[in-house]
Design a binder for this molecule. Structure first.
Ligand code: ATP
Length: 587
């Protein structure tokens, strides 16, 4: 798509009701978009396919948590301290910019990923390459870099004693309910919990319409696994083909993208973690299903510097939204991370609840547990105020090094002082305890996809211009399953009973569950163009023959070819076309 085409897409999106900047009557509000009737329907369909693939087909549970959560949740998750972007303010026009983006956008720096650089290094790079304000061109050298927290803060209830935040991701709403969710899953690992919903980030500089906004929708799956036992069954995605851009290829001259199947990617160690590989396969199928051009799609592995400290491996799904003739403009569509036990351990230690699963052993095991029961009537007079600490130190030592109690005496350190106690005064004993299982903290595998970026990329990749009957036409080749409207129904003219028959037909088709629009205004060609522009895959025309023989014409959006079909079979034919069970040429 060329720049001109991109502008046309945004213009089309507004004119035809896909999306528009919110609150235009009040000057517009940056980073907030309203989905119009076409966009809302497209978004709902995209979300439904996600729900179908990631929740229903996988047998996972879906939840719907609040968008506002109290501060302790984000203290535990690390967002309060670390969910920052680097902000640089222009000394001339006072516009705020993301410092890492300014570095990435200048090809001279040769830095493709600046988010992980330290702020001091960012200041150096800005000075070294004499980078300027993208708005007014003033040099930014010497400007301080501020760490800007992206969360929107609010107060829960009146007053300020209970701060809360709009969630910056949907995931925390799942993690904090883990103890209850585990119960719903009958404490059996692995189990998955999904959520689709709004997330809020006070982005420093929203840009590229839907691609970087302050309120957006995420579709996240948190899969809880037993790291020692659970493995995915890769067979259902083994043959899915995709493009992989491993970290090693990004760091070496001439390193390229590898196109291969999921099975090969695992066998050749391109994707090390089988769970991640599984979800890359599921996601590749899903992006294809909603209309992305898979030649302009890739999975890029995070380089070591980009990885969060707890994450063992992470891949991003990326879509190219550039002019095909020009340098690709890759945007992140989703992230796939192996998060280990980071999230559950954090909530376990910050909250009152346990974020573990009790794992039953196949057979109970008997373990020897060293214990102490120090004689305080000996320790008290002997060690005075330190007696309590000495007893505690003996307990720790018994657990860590029971062999230390083998002699006559045992020595412990308390506040740099040594205390020696006769073993017989410690009450040391080794008890045999039979255990039926153990508490384990599950690991988390997280595919986290952005709905708005996926939707925008699907529109971008399906935008087409061609010529029909000597006339320029614009159409969206969206897959029928996600197109906002499935069928346009037109009477040839609104007279001689044609309008009535067509309205009746539209109503009958709606009753079968299809999304149908009725249009009788203007020339038939104009009506086709209107539906082409919003991606309606099929248009049905009621004409004089319909009144005679009960047939209608059905027209295919992409090829513009037409067929005649009996009204009785029309619903079933459209359903078969949408499901991909029948090709239009075979009607
Ligand atoms: P970026 O680096 O582009 O800011 P991120 O790595 O912070 O994105 P994640 O936290 O991984 O994003 O969020 C998961 C997904 O949510 C992203 O892949 C993207 O599709 C979507 N997303 C994140 N931030 C935004 C935003 N400001 N506007 C639209 N979608 C977003």
């Amino acid at each position: 798509m060329t720049q001109v085409e991109a502008q046309r897409l945004v213009e089309l999106a507004k004119r035809r009701g896909f999306f528009l900047q919110s609150a235009g009557a009040y000057g517009g509000i940056s980073g907030f978009y309203t989905y119009g009737p076409q966009g809302a329907a497209l978004k709902r369909n995209v979300e439904d396919t996600w729900r179908d693939r990631f929740a229903i087909q996988e047998g996972h549970m879906e939840v719907d948590a609040p968008t506002v959560l109290p501060e302790p949740v984000f203290e535990a998750s690390g967002h309060l301290d670390g969910f920052d972007d680097m902000l640089v303010e222009c000394p001339e026009c006072s516009e705020s910019h993301r410092a890492d983006h300014i570095i990435e956008d200048d090809p001279d720096t040769g830095i493709e990923e600046a988010e992980s650089l330290a702020p001091e290094r960012v200041e150096e790079v800005i000075a070294e390459y004499e980078l300027v304000c993208p708005t007014c061109g003033t040099g930014l050298a010497g400007q301080a870099i501020e760490q800007f927290n992206l969360m929107f803060e609010t107060n829960i209830g009146p007053g300020s004693s209970s701060p809360g935040y709009l969630r910056p991701e949907t995931a925390q709403g799942i993690f904090i309910e883990f103890p209850q969710l585990a119960e719903y899953a009958r404490n059996q690992l692995p189990f998955g919990v999904t959520q689709i919903g709004r997330a809020y980030r006070n982005e420093i500089s929203p840009r590229k319409s839907l691609l970087r906004v302050r309120e957006f929708s995420q579709a996240e799956l948190e899969l809880f696994v037993d790291p020692e036992e659970d493995e995915p069954d890769l067979s259902s995605v083994a043959d899915v083909s995709a493009r992989f851009y491993p970290a090693t290829a990004q760091d070496c001259e001439g390193g390229g993208v590898i196109e291969t199947t999921i099975a090969e990617a695992v066998d050749h160690g391109i994707v090390a973690d089988p769970w991640i590989a599984y979800y890359l396969g599921v996601a590749a199928e899903w992006y294809d299903r909603i209309g992305l051009d898979m030649d302009r799609f890739r999975f890029r592995q995070h380089r070591p510097g980009e990885l969060a400290h707890y994450s063992e491996d992470c891949w991003d799904a990326e879509g190219d939204v550039s002019d095909p003739g020009e340098d690709p403009d890759w945007i992140e569509l989703g992230g796939f991370a192996y998060r280990a036990d980071y999230d559950l351990s954090k909530h376990d230690s910050h909250s009152e609840e346990e974020f573990t699963i009790f794992k039953q052993y196949d057979d109970p095991v008997t373990v020897e547990t060293p214990t102490v029961d120090p004689d305080m009537s000996y320790l008290g007079p002997e060690f005075g105020g330190a007696a309590g600490d000495v007893a505690a130190a003996l307990e720790t030592l018994a657990a860590d090094d029971p062999d230390a109690f083998e002699g006559e005496e045992v020595t412990v350190e308390v506040d740099d002082e040594s205390y020696t106690v006769p073993v017989e005064q410690t009450g040391f004993a080794v008890e045999e305890v039979t255990e039926s299982g153990e508490h384990v903290t599950p690991h988390v595998v997280e595919p986290s996809l952005g709905i708005d970026r996926a939707l925008y990329t699907a529109l971008d990749h399906s935008y087409r211009e061609d010529e029909v009957d000597g006339e320029q036409r614009t159409y969206l080749s969206l897959p029928p399953e996600v197109a906002p409207t499935t069928v346009g129904v037109f009477p040839l003219m609104d007279k001689d009973g044609l309008g009535e028959r067509a309205r009746e037909l539209a109503q009958d088709l709606r009753a079968t569950g299809l999304a149908v629009t009725y249009d009788d205004s203007g020339a038939i060609g104009r009506r086709y163009r209107r539906q082409d522009e919003v991606g309606t895959p099929y248009c049905v025309t009621v004409d004089y023959d319909t009144l005679e023989d009960g047939t209608v014409t059905i027209r295919d959006r992409d090829s513009t070819t037409q067929r005649r079909v009996a009204i009785e079979t029309l619903g079933a034919t459209i359903e078969a076309l949408v499901e991909g069970e029948q090709a239009f040429e075979d009607i």
